[in-house]
Design a protein around this ligand. Structure first.
Ligand SMILES: C[S@@+](CC[C@H](N)C(=O)[O-])C[C@H]1O[C@@H](n2cnc3c(N)ncnc32)[C@H](O)[C@@H]1O
Ligand SMILES: [Zn+2]
Length: 300
């Protein structure tokens, strides 16, 4: 199995992620503004936050849909989500390359600040497209943002920002990819999605990290830029909304357990007191707490 399918960014040891966001108020406000425009006003039954961390966007998604599920690889972030948001939010510890859900389980999904970790992004896009039925909002880390274009002009040895291939910005040898937004759009359109809207976010990222600069003021200034900047692909994050027609059989169930499938073979589970067991291949997975399943695959 290729290494990039199994190497996953480790948010359990590498970073205090809630603290990271406390220092980035402007970026959070900027993304919230963009998501407010892009997310359907009523997403209806199931919405899944894929790579959702500690549920930074849970309040926003909960306002718009009857049920939200949070999926992430990191145990500590999911535990933080349980502490912050309580027992109503079902939690699934899983790998985005092997999503443990039935086809078209969710009507809608959000993928925020995750793409830069996905070395095998085509595989992850295919998995997202399998489990999400009709509406998808994806935050695309943009390799062609305004500053990168200036840098590329000034230095002929700079990275190639025209090609559709992503650039790895990591200096430590991990994966930190920036994409050509058109390449991500093309990739999703091969999975049957069409772009229904886009917003450019975090244009003043560097300024926003200066202490004492009022973050609300910066975000207000950026508002008018978001739509125009998306067309020109100027900001460091291009939040892109995709849609496709909803099949009548999609998202039929309301119980989270019924959406779960074995990530190894997609078989159905039967439940034992502390684990789920696959009826087809016999693989078993821990139940970590009420509505909290560990369905990572391959098993570490
Ligand atoms: C930068 S954080 C973004 C969290 C959240 N979406 C937000 O916007 O606050 C990236 C998240 O992606 C998760 N992640 C990265 N690779 C993953 C994978 N292959 N499967 C599942 N989660 C993954 C990490 O655990 C982390 O929580
Ligand atoms: Zn199985």
């Amino acid at each position: 199995m290729a290494d990039f399918y199994t190497r996953i960014a480790d948010y359990d040891v590498e970073i205090d992620y809630p603290k990271y966001w406390r220092a980035r108020r402007y970026e959070h406000l900027s993304e919230a503004l963009a998501l407010g425009h892009l997310l359907d006003s009523h997403l209806a039954d199931w919405t899944v936050d894929l790579g959702g961390g500690f549920g930074r966007w849970y309040p926003l998604l909960r306002e718009r849909s009857d049920r939200v599920m949070l999926v992430d690889y990191s145990l500590s972030l999911l535990q933080e989500a349980r502490r912050q948001w309580g027992d109503d939010l079902p939690l699934v510890r899983a790998n985005l390359y092997w999503l443990p859900f039935a086809r078209q389980s969710f009507r809608s999904a959000l993928v925020s600040r995750v793409l830069h970790h996905l070395a095998a992004y085509d595989r992850a896009f295919a998995e997202m497209s399998r489990v999400v039925a009709a509406s998808l909002v994806v935050d695309v880390p943009n390799k062609r943002h305004a500053l990168a274009r200036w840098r590329a002009r000034l230095s002929s040895a700079g990275p190639d920002i025209q090609s559709h291939a992503p650039i790895n910005r990591s200096v430590t040898g991990d994966t930190h990819l920036n994409f050509h937004p058109a390449a991500v759009m093309a990739s999703f359109s091969r999975q049957g999605w069409r772009v229904s809207g886009a917003r450019s976010a975090c244009s003043f990222r560097a300024l926003g990290r200066v202490p004492l600069l009022p973050s609300g003021w910066l975000a207000g200034l950026e508002g008018p830029l978001q739509r125009w900047g998306a067309g020109a692909m100027l900001g460091p994050s291009i939040l892109t909304a995709f849609q496709r027609p909803l099949e009548p059989t999609a998202c039929a169930t309301s119980e989270p357990e019924e959406l779960l499938r074995c990530p190894a073979c997609r078989g159905r589970f039967f439940s034992e007191p502390s684990r789920l067991v696959c009826r087809r291949c016999g693989a078993h997975f821990p139940i970590l707490a009420d509505r909290f399943w560990d369905l990572r695959w391959p098993r570490p």
